[in-house]
Ligand binder design. Structure first.
Ligand SMILES: O=P(O)(O)OC[C@@H](O)[C@@H](O)c1c[nH]c2ccccc12
Length: 268
């Protein structure tokens, strides 16, 4: 297969093998023990929603394979503080370097600059990366159903939770949603972007929403770019949003967050 997800996963597996040589598991475990304790990621989202607002996971993203360069020179600490001031509940930081121009250093800098819980946004395919996530201070990891088989997903989830992190499990269609619901985590991400074609459809979220039990929290991901998008999703009952491009491409991400979520159910 030659789609972009397959390509990213092949690169990622090679990267993990190299990482394992440079930083063996025992070393990562020591680093993880010395890392700052996890901040409750799900707790922050639920608290904001309980207060009657939408909860926004604001993403630090320099570039992407689908959109090219979005904000190469952005400073992660400044952006993190600005997102926090403008009402974000949590941060998401891309740590993949080859396809997204991100890095663990971006996550570390962003997290140190604010009090928000931080999602490590990467393609996690191996337990080594879960330890690595905690070692860099991550409070939550992303697991992508389309990237790993269900037994491996369960193993990665258990490990993340044993290290005190939350898990956002990402799906893109009904079959993947069934797999996601088979995990323990209540954070169900629905990616509106097809990682194989880059096509974005907000209907992905609207179609899957009725199939998500009330105890789970749907996080709509990708392609949310206008107050009209937020209004449509909010009217359908969506309360949690993961947004990157629409914020960073303005060059001033925090105020862009305020503008996107300024309605009655706004993030602030
Ligand atoms: O920049 P957008 O369209 O607002 O999307 C943010 C986020 O959903 C997107 O970055 C994303 C969702 N799932 C991913 C998996 C890997 C890398 C990136 C992603």
């Amino acid at each position: 297969m030659s789609d972009i997800l397959e390509k990213i996963l092949a690169t990622k597996k090679a990267e993990v093998e190299a990482g394992r040589q440079a930083r063996p598991l025992a070393q990562l475990e020591r680093e993880a023990r010395a890392a700052p304790p996890p901040r409750g990621f799900e707790r922050a989202l639920r608290a904001r929603i309980a207060a009657g607002h939408s909860a926004v996971i604001a993403e630090f993203k320099r570039a992407s394979p689908s959109r090219g360069v979005l904000g190469a020179s952005l400073d992660p600490a400044e952006v993190a503080r600005s997102y926090e001031r403008h009402g974000a509940s949590c941060l998401s930081v891309l740590t993949d370097s080859i396809y997204f121009s991100g890095s663990p250093a971006d996550l570390i800098a962003a997290r140190a600059a604010c009090a928000l819980p931080v999602l490590r946004k990467d393609f996690v395919v191996d337990p080594w990366q879960v330890h690595e996530a905690r070692a860099m201070g991550a409070d939550c990891i992303l697991l992508i159903v389309g990237a790993v088989d269900p037994p491996a997903l369960r193993e990665l989830e258990r490990l993340a939770r044993s290290l005190g992190m939350d898990v956002l499990v990402e799906c893109h269609d009904g079959d993947q949603l069934e797999v996601a619901l088979g995990l323990e985590t209540s954070l169900i991400g629905v990616n509106n972007r097809d990682l194989r074609t880059f096509a974005v459809r907000l209907e992905t979220t609207l179609d899957l929403l009725p199939r998500i039990p009330a105890a789970r929290l749907l996080v709509t991901e990708s392609g949310i770019a206008s107050p009209e998008h937020v209004r449509r999703l909010s009217e359908a009952g969506v309360r949690a949003y993961l947004v990157g491009s629409a914020f960073v491409e303005t060059g001033d991400p925090g105020p862009a967050l305020s503008r996107l979520f300024s309605g009655p159910k706004g993030g602030g």
